[in-house]
Design a protein around this ligand. Structure first.
Ligand SMILES: [Zn+2]
Length: 116
């Protein structure tokens, strides 16, 4: 038995991509969407695995909002790097399997780790 659970959230922030040649090198904003996937293979007595409310509260605590991501992080805040950062952060506490960061409705990055 296995399930993948998904929790979505969003945060509005500004960023710019240093070293990138094009319009994204200038400061601009996104409402980023984050999708966090969890792999689980057992349920408790009430039929749930990870508690959605608990995870939503946890995400609220770690997601930046109305900030300049370049000032918050010491890495270039691309969708690729953000998905990796949040994956590793959430993994400290939960059985995360992948994280998607959407910069817009149509473009995003998925981070996951290969299973050994
Ligand atoms: Zn951007």
């Amino acid at each position: 038995m296995s399930w993948e659970l998904i929790v979505k959230d969003k945060f509005s922030c500004a960023h710019f991509l240093k070293g990138y040649k094009g319009k994204c090198e200038r400061m601009h904003g996104h409402t980023f969407q984050i999708e966090v996937f969890f792999s689980v293979n057992k349920l408790d007595k009430s039929g749930i695995s990870v508690d959605f409310t608990e995870i939503k509260d946890y995400l609220n605590g770690i997601l930046p909002d109305h900030q300049v991501l370049n000032e918050v992080f010491d890495f270039s805040p691309s969708a690729e790097n953000l998905s990796k950062y949040f994956y590793l952060k959430i993994k400290e506490k939960y059985p995360v399997s992948k994280v998607i960061i959407w910069e817009s409705d149509n473009a995003g990055a998925v981070y996951f780790e290969e299973h050994a």
